[in-house]
Ligand binder design. Structure first.
Ligand SMILES: Cc1cc2nc3c(=O)[nH]c(=O)nc-3n(C[C@H](O)[C@H](O)[C@H](O)COP(=O)(O)OP(=O)(O)OC[C@H]3O[C@@H](n4cnc5c(N)ncnc54)[C@H](O)[C@@H]3O)c2cc1C
Length: 380
């Protein structure tokens, strides 16, 4: 089978590796606009559960990647100066560049060709193929140019975020909320290698305007964020890597393919970074598309239908949870001043509705007990 893939991100590369291992005679080329060693951003996280899925689906890749992860067993919620550890939530992280480099080596060893510095801007540039996979990320032109065929909706969310790094090595996945005169600042931060952490700063739109970030230079912006989180950074600098304020597009498609063209990963649907599942979802999409093609090897249309049928139910659950999570952060100017540190940690843990009080009790009995003691009538 002749397969052409747009984008060497986790979705495109993982799909290529599954197809090539299944059928070494398949002719697979991935076109990637960036050079081999270029990427944006810092680290990405996988929950323990996400890694379990990968282990179940693909032990070979799991065992290849696992030694490169940083691991920690808990989350910490910081409410101004009070730290609330939340047990029972294991996470692992890795630099995005390191993950991509490991994946490049993995797929190239199998015989998949990656054409770096090849920006493809029309289907005609790809030439004829049995299957064309649009794995070119959240801002996919392939999706944008075919919105009617895909039934695309893009919901731009109001909060502003900026993806930084820092040299401070944090010991757990931490959500730090700091109240300032202009509004609440939230940092999502975690170590992804021994001397580096991701440090993503998020604020509500009103706060962003009150601070005047719209007229600040990149250096002034970094310095402002360093002042807000000075106690957390403990003298370490924030590192910028073309970092700029962005808003999150919640992308969805009713139809995932037309003719022999299919979307995968962030091009197909985005999931807010606060649930830490974007890379996992992209890789699970790849597994489902592979299974569709394996089950219907001689009929591309049937295979693409099977892909959507297999993947829609589990993906929709996580996508819905991610969208509830987005809205929780869009309310932080109200939540943080009105909740105690324990209540904020509890509200964070239960924000998507997928974790019940019983679940909190199982994961972290101390947090559940502390919350119950603050709400005796509810638990009488
Ligand atoms: C701020 C932020 C934090 C995140 N944190 C996490 C996290 O902690 N954990 C997690 O799992 N996920 C996280 N994600 C999400 C994660 O990065 C994505 O969900 C994941 O990378 C999606 O994989 P993908 O392969 O679909 O797309 P991408 O990784 O975006 O890859 C798409 C590729 O296509 C290439 N491309 C685009 N256009 C063209 C073109 N015209 N021609 C050729 N190539 C092209 C791009 O260069 C890119 O390499 C985060 C995302 C953001 C924005």
């Amino acid at each position: 089978m002749k397969i052409r893939i747009l984008g060497a991100g986790p979705a495109g590369m993982y799909f290529a590796s599954l197809m090539k291992r299944h059928d070494p005679s398949s002719d697979i080329v991935i076109y990637e606009r960036s050079p081999r060693d270029a990427t944006w951003g810092f680290g990405v996280v996988f929950s323990d559960r996400a890694l379990e899925f990968l282990k179940a689906d693909d032990k070979e890749l799991h065992d290849y990647l696992a030694p490169h992860f940083e691991n920690w067993p808990e989350i910490t919620v910081v409410h101004n100066d009070t730290h609330v550890p939340v047990a029972g939530n294991g996470f692992a992280s890795i630099g995005r560049l390191e993950l991509l480099n490991l994946m490049h080596a993995f797929v190239e060893r199998l015989g998949v060709r990656i054409e770096f510095e090849s920006e493809i801007n029309s289907l005609a540039d790809l030439g004829p193929a049995d299957l064309i996979v649009g794995a070119n990320g959240a801002f996919s032109w392939l999706r944008a140019e075919n919105e009617e065929k895909f039934g695309t909706t893009v919901d731009w969310r109001a909060n502003r975020f900026i993806w930084y790094g820092t040299t401070k090595a944090f010991n757990s996945l931490t959500l730090t909320f700091r109240e300032t005169e202009q509004g609440v600042f939230c940092a999502h931060h975690y170590r992804y290698k021994p001397d580096r952490s991701t440090f993503l700063v998020e604020v509500q739109d009103d706060t962003w305007h009150r601070v005047g970030f719209d007229t600040m230079s990149p250096e002034e912006t970094t310095a402002f964020c360093e002042r807000v989180f000075a106690k957390d950074l403990e003298g370490h600098a924030i590192i910028s890597n073309h970092s700029q304020w962005r808003q999150f597009p919640a992308v969805w498609n009713e139809r995932w393919s037309f003719e022999n063209v299919v979307l995968l990963g962030d091009a197909l649907r985005t999931a807010h970074f606060s649930i830490g599942s974007g890379t996992r979802l992209a890789m699970e999409d790849a597994v489902a598309l592979f299974k569709g093609l394996r089950d219907c090897p001689t009929d591309i249309q049937a295979a693409l239908q099977r892909f959507q049928q297999l993947r829609l139910p589990p993906m929709k659950k996580i996508w819905d949870a991610a969208n509830v999570s987005i809205r929780w952060y869009e309310d932080m100017d109200r939540l943080v001043p009105s909740l105690s540190p324990v209540e904020l940690a509890y509200s964070y843990m239960t924000r998507t509705g997928r974790v019940s009080h019983d679940d909190v009790r199982k994961r972290d009995p101390q947090l559940a007990a502390a919350y119950e003691s603050l709400h005796p009538k509810e638990f009488a």
